[in-house]
Design a protein around this ligand. Structure first.
Ligand code: HGY
Ligand code: MN
Ligand code: MN
Length: 418
């Protein structure tokens, strides 16, 4: 055992249940789209819990929410811990919420034990990490890293037709008790607890993942244009069928492009067809490609290969293809010292751990561009995530939060000593 304070596991599990009730779905998951009423309800509960412990509340122009626990010297830049509260439409109750509520548990444990940290420690709940309602994802942390909101952001239209400008304004207005502060700003370091969202830790019996970095992500929007025509009278040779071309492109992604590289991940998650009538040959088909790879150069090569493939297949069917990026996130490596502190914290607790790279992007990726950042992973059952059946064993959630607490205390002390 160590001199580090034990977190209150029961309190953490109760918090996870309370937040899972916000946007709960009948299948046991959560549907808490970014900047929706459900997201605002979760933010309000977090703010109330923080205020009840005397933590001061802040938010910035991206509606990132901060709970600040003062340190001995508040002129020092804060040490940040946190994650996100928004979810996928058929999301799980741990993706984002575990890291955010574990950060609250760390602040409360420090408060319970009257531990004075050299500098302030702040919980951050990042806005719109998922990007499923409003693209791009990691809107809040990307804005903080850039020190500005993306150009033209208010006019971004969500998957439900909502306008980002309206939803963000409503979210900021919903927390008048959170003082506004500038985007970004110096911080001593950043740690995020998250579920692995993959099968590795569970497969290898590791309780803690020591995350060394995150692979790159690029979202492509492919539009195939053909000609709307009658389904019954148009012979094959006269068709310019956008759906046939799109289907051929998607099939090639799955049968030749992705199998050619074990590290490539290609996913077509969204597809729209116009005009969408049973007896009309589609004139336009648009679909998304979520492209991931540990190497930025490989992402460029894959994008070029996909663009050429779409153009060739579309032209062969008398159609035209266009490809544009809607999100582009370069791979990142985490701070070696912080990674070592996470690994040491797991070892001290006797938790089996292994180092790994993250297949999912996280807000930590953008923080790593500004300062020392690292992540702690815990397993999730069968590696399942972005799925309502997402599940973390209570002892796994508690172990992850304990490592986050121990590593935070050590990192804050180290950042002062540095
Ligand atoms: O898509 C991702 O990688 C993250 O889980 N939102
Ligand atoms: Mn997440
Ligand atoms: Mn997610």
């Amino acid at each position: 055992m160590t001199g580090f304070p034990a977190i209150d596991g029961r309190r953490l599990l109760a918090r996870l249940d309370a937040f899972a009730a916000i946007g709960a779905t009948p299948a046991g998951g959560v549907n808490r789209p970014a900047l929706s009423e459900a997201d605002r309800a979760a933010r309000a509960l977090l703010a109330d819990l923080g205020a009840a412990r005397g933590f001061s509340l802040f938010q910035d122009a991206a509606a990132n929410l901060f709970l600040r626990r003062a340190g001995a010297d508040d002129r020092r830049p804060p040490f940040l811990i946190g994650s996100h509260l928004d979810s996928q439409p058929t999301g799980g109750r741990f993706d984002g919420a575990l890291g955010t509520l574990a950060a609250l548990e760390v602040l409360e444990t420090l408060e319970d034990r009257g531990i004075v940290t050299a500098g302030p420690v702040e919980l951050v709940a990042w806005t719109n990490e998922e990007g499923s309602r409003f693209a791009p994802g990691a809107f809040g942390s990307q804005s903080a890293a850039a020190g500005a909101l993306p150009a033209g952001w208010p006019e971004t239209v969500g998957s439900d037709g909502a306008r980002l400008g309206d939803e963000l304004a409503a979210t900021l207005a919903a927390l008048p008790q959170a003082a506004m502060r500038p985007l970004g700003g110096p911080f001593a370091g950043y740690l995020e607890l998250h579920i692995e969202q993959g099968p590795l830790l569970e497969r290898e019996g590791a309780l803690i993942g020591v995350v060394e970095g995150i692979q790159g992500t690029r979202w492509l929007e492919v539009a195939i244009e053909g000609q709307v025509a009658h389904a019954g009278t148009t012979p094959l040779a006269d068709r310019r069928d956008a759906m046939a071309a799109a289907a051929a492109v998607i099939t090639r992604l799955q049968t030749t492009v992705m199998p050619a590289d074990a590290d490539a991940r290609l996913t077509v998650g969204r597809l729209t067809i116009a005009p969408g009538a049973v007896n009309v040959i589609p004139g336009e088909v648009a679909f998304s490609i979520d492209l991931r790879h540990p190497s930025g150069a490989e992402i460029d090569r894959l994008e070029a290969e996909i663009t050429a493939l779409a153009a060739r297949i579309a032209a062969a069917g008398g159609c035209r293809a266009s490809v544009r990026r809607s999100m582009d996130v370069a791979p990142a490596r985490f701070d070696r010292r912080l990674v070592g502190i996470v690994e040491g914290a797991a070892e001290r607790r006797g938790f089996a751990s292994r180092r790994l790279f993250s297949g999912a992007f996280h807000d930590a990726l953008f923080m790593a561009r500004l300062g020392p950042a690292a992540m702690v992973f815990v397993p999730c059952r069968a590696g399942l995530s972005h799925n309502e059946a997402e599940y973390v064993e209570p002892h796994q959630a508690i172990a992850g939060a304990q490592v986050l607490c121990d590593a935070t205390l050590e990192a804050v002390a180290a950042s002062v000593a540095a």
